[in-house]
Design a binder for this molecule. Structure first.
Ligand SMILES: NC(=O)C1=CN([C@@H]2O[C@H](COP(=O)(O)OP(=O)(O)OC[C@H]3O[C@@H](n4cnc5c(N)ncnc54)[C@H](OP(=O)(O)O)[C@@H]3O)[C@@H](O)[C@H]2O)C=CC1
Ligand SMILES: CC(C)(CO)C(=O)C(=O)O
Length: 311
């Protein structure tokens, strides 16, 4: 049997822990770089409850942020929140070998370029995660539902590394699709995240159905989605307007759901405002596309952050 690739998860919270578990099931060696969860994970490994069964595992190596690697991995999977104060380029630097493929499983738009520019020799694989998972305490993750990944080489294409990684996720028990145009896929995912995630924070941590069922709520979400489509088109990634109906219908079919930003807000953690919304508004400005609804939500969130002393 061929030796399975080595995996290093940088930022093993909900997403990193879960996808690390899947790759462990597929037979890879999986190590993790941790910060606040370091002691807990060293003591008890990573505990994961899931509809797929008990996915708990002991990482092969547990590193602390700032450690130096014993060896560099075949795939470095970065799963930290995309926040203005987090220098992702510096965070992965000690672990990047000559042949390491850098993999992002993170939300947001326009989040790859700084890493691609910093590591031009290392192939970058960008992934979209469709999953509901959260860290409930140090080293403990609750996977509630879903888990599918869509991935491709950034800025476009599919290479051997993508194929191999996707196949490993499938062997580990989840769905994984490949795409030639991962930036288009990011826009399609942001069509959902860019309205729903920030709005849930403005609405004090509201779930999906509360947002849609409040009088004027669905209309507001639709208006925000139309603006995302206009910005995407100006960027060269046209999307069919029918996706709006599809997204609303699919969301209505799901049980009421609190997205990852709502959970961050409710747990007093920083929110990925810029990655999910600010970057879209910045692109709109660059293309002179009017996005009054997106901008109102963005500015309101900035006011809230100022009031909370976060900026
Ligand atoms: N949760 C979900 O259901 C979904 C999440 N996503 C996206 O996935 C990405 C990851 O989210 P999620 O896993 O939920 O976030 P979590 O907050 O659960 O995990 C992020 C992890 O990164 C760690 N981290 C941050 N900085 C460092 C550092 N310097 N060194 C080591 N570790 C560090 C955090 O540790 P510490 O505790 O020390 O801060 C934490 O363990 C986000 O972009 C999110 O939007 C996408 C779809 C669904
Ligand atoms: C689409 C969704 C809701 C789950 O994958 C998500 O991306 C999030 O919680 O931020």
């Amino acid at each position: 049997m061929n030796k399975k690739p080595s995996i290093l998860i940088v930022g093993a919270g909900a997403i990193g822990s879960f996808y690390g578990a899947i790759l462990k099931k597929a037979g890879c060696s999986v190590s993790a770089v941790l910060r606040s969860d370091y002691n807990a994970v060293r003591a008890q490994g990573i505990r994961i409850t899931s509809p797929l069964g008990d996915l708990s595992y002991e990482p092969d190596h547990v590193y602390r942020d700032g450690d130096l690697p014993e060896e560099t991995p075949d795939f470095l999977i970065l799963c930290v929140k995309v926040l203005p104060g987090v220098d992702r380029v510096a965070l992965v630097a000690p672990w990047m070998g000559e042949k390491t493929r850098l993999v992002l499983i993170e939300n947001g738009l326009d989040i790859e370029k700084e890493l691609a520019d910093a590591y031009p020799q290392n192939p970058l694989i960008s992934c979209l995660a469709f999953i509901a998972a959260s860290r409930t305490e140090s080293g403990v993750v609750e996977h509630k539902a879903y888990g599918k990944l869509v991935m491709g080489r950034y800025p476009e294409g599919i290479d051997e590394g993508c194929r191999a990684l996707s196949q490993l996720f499938i062997e580990g028990g989840i769905k994984s699709d490949l795409t030639e145009r991962v930036v288009s896929e990011r826009w399609r995912k942001c069509l959902w995240n860019t309205p729903f995630n920030p709005l849930s924070v403005v609405a004090n941590g509201a779930d999906t159905l509360t947002m849609l069922d409040t009088t004027g709520g669905e209309e507001l979400v639709r208006a925000m989605m139309r603006e995302v489509i206009e910005v995407a088109a100006a960027e060269g990634y046209p999307m069919d307007e029918a996706l709006i109906d599809q997204n609303i219908d699919n969301t209505r079919k799901m049980p009421a759901y609190k997205n990852s930003m709502a959970l961050d807000y409710l747990n007093d953690r920083p929110i990925e405002r810029e990655a999910v919304l600010g970057n879209v508004v910045a692109l709109a400005k660059r293309h002179s596309v009017a996005v009054p609804h997106l901008n109102t939500v963005l500015v309101t969130l900035k006011m809230r952050a100022a009031l909370e002393g976060r900026e």
